[in-house]
Design a protein around this ligand. Structure first.
Ligand SMILES: N[C@@H](CCC(=O)N[C@@H](CS)C(=O)NCC(=O)O)C(=O)O
Length: 217
């Protein structure tokens, strides 16, 4: 039997959409629980996988290692096209797919490097809360832009669920949280709720990003 995929990640983290995609693809995988934010030791344990000491990372059955959530999601969708988790290369929706995958990664996800730990760039501790609040405003503004420019169908890119839906359903749960997301991008609210409620992912969500009381904030 082929080696399974190995996901380096943690519940509620950026590994969640990757794990969700692997589940939908019915591919064998295991998770190496890795939470670099828990301290220097945990971060250092990841260094041989990702020198930036970040999750997610994915070890492919060939032994090749991938980092970068958007790249991993796009690769998985393209490598297993029968599941239709991304528009094909020649599909008219492909440019929008790539555009919004990169937008979530670079305009939104990247900001958490500072938001999670403002001391990385801001000296004065008394400025940290305001920095965080500004970053969350920026993230909300990005969701607003995305909502204003996408014309979703049942899912973000039309009638098929794609890895973009998994990505947005996960990242939109991070601060400033889903309530704000619904406010600024009302046209996307039903889509993420549909992904939350996808029966194929019910057990998965419970295990990896549960909808505990007050989760929407
Ligand atoms: N560009 C990376 C960002 C990954 C990232 O920020 N991961 C967070 C967890 S969700 C992390 O590992 N944070 C710890 C740190 O940056 O030190 C990606 O898209 O995969």
């Amino acid at each position: 039997m082929a080696e399974p995929f190995v996901v380096f990640g943690a519940s509620g983290s950026g590994s969640v959409p990757i794990e969700a995609a692997l589940s939908l693809l019915e591919l064998p995988y295991r998770v190496e629980e890795s939470a670099p934010w828990e301290g220097q030791e945990a971060a250092n344990r990841l260094a041989h996988i990702n020198p930036l000491r970040q999750v997610p990372a994915l070890a492919l059955p060939t032994g090749e290692l991938m980092t970068e959530s958007a790249a991993i999601l796009i690769w998985l969708a393209d490598a297993y096209p029968n599941a239709r988790l991304a528009p094909a290369l020649t599909d008219a929706r492909r440019p929008a797919f790539l555009r919004w995958m990169m937008f979530v990664s670079s305009a939104i996800y990247a900001l958490y490097w500072i938001a999670d730990s403002p001391a990385r760039v801001i000296e004065r501790e008394e400025d940290h809360a305001a920095t965080r609040a500004r970053l969350f405003d920026r993230i909300a503004r990005c969701w607003e832009q995305m909502g204003a420019q996408l014309q979703p169908g049942k899912y973000l890119l039309g009638e098929d669920l794609s890895v973009l839906d998994l990505y947005v359903a996960t990242v939109s749960r991070w601060s400033p949280g889903r309530r704000r997301f619904y406010e600024v991008a009302p046209g996307l609210a039903d889509i993420v709720r549909r992904v939350d409620a996808d029966p194929r992912l019910a057990t998965f969500w419970t295990q990896r990003f549960p909808f505990t009381q007050g989760w929407e904030r």
